[in-house]
Design a protein around this ligand. Sequence first.
Ligand code: GDP
Ligand code: ZN
Length: 364
Amino acid sequence: MRSKELSLMARDLNTLGWNDFFADCFAAANIDGAIPARIVVQRKTNYLVTTVQGDYRAAIAGKLRFVTNNQADFPAVGDWVVLRPVRGERTGTIVAVLPRRSTFSRRTAGREEEEQVIAANIDVVFLVSALDSTFNLRRLERYLVLGIQSGARPVIVLNKADLCSSLEEILKDVRRIAGAVPVHSTNAKKDQGTGELLRHLGPGITGTLLGPSGVGKSTIINCLVGHEMLKTQEVRDYDGKGRHTTSHRELVVLPTGGLLIDTPGMRELQIWEGNEGFEETFDDIEQLSAQCRFRDCHHEQEPGCAVQRALQGGTLDADRVKHYMKLQRELEYRARQYDTRTQAKQTNIEKKSTSTHRRGPRRH
Ligand code: GDP
Ligand code: ZN
């Protein structure tokens, strides 16, 4: 495809999450008769992709399969690929996968441990917790680290706010670990507060939800997508035995212009919980910290430090305190990295805003 044609369709492509980064990569690939496409559903070896000309069934080109030697290089939902359509058909061949802006992956246990990408090119990850008896600040910290590592912008969502009698207190605790990461509270069952989440999903921005099962992810998605819309997102398909099946698109365009990725893989993606005994055993230190004179006490030399007092009094184990502080530092470090990266991205966005505007009116 020529660059002129490409820039003509850029505006439509933008609604699917396309941007200058992918445009440059696509141009560099320079493949005749090919068009940009985004993976909507992944089934073992066959894919549903969407393009400005609609959906296509796609398979990976033999040549691509040949040069691909690890799982992580295969396309995943959210990936931008170079598609060569079959003339006159709604099918095509995936000849290349464009570089990714962000990835969520898991390790699969096989002969060797291997990375498998679950979803790619996610801009915003909503880290969902429920404010019921299962709420756990340490677990939220873990999700925060995972979210920041992915390369996406994390947003903390505290759902089931209706079940919480000490919302202000919990919000204070969460904001302390969140740093610059936005925090929202919602009651998805009543569709309260969920509209605020859409502010992070402007046109062409791709989001996903991450969190333990049962916290309300599906309920939130229903609020964002709208029930009517979900019905129209079904994909008619045939399984291996020729039976007709329907499945859901795993990447949907929201009525407000953002995009959402919801795959079974993302749902199963859980943080490594409890392997360091982190959750169950640091509560006492947390409680002591709350009694320190200074809220931002590092429990080192500060006067009025309840942790130091307990250490000296012999009621607290020095090794555990050390371990706790190490994890806290790691988290702070990641939060700072995240802040720097966000600022850098922001500057880039501002720099590019003139060219973005030229592409056409943005819906807000
Ligand atoms: P998922 O596993 O994370 O997708 O969670 P679901 O969306 O399936 O929700 C699990 C349960 O929590 C369902 O029974 C929902 O009705 C309920 N639920 C979801 N959001 C809220 C909320 O804000 N408040 C209350 N009280 N219940 C909720
Ligand atoms: Zn202290």
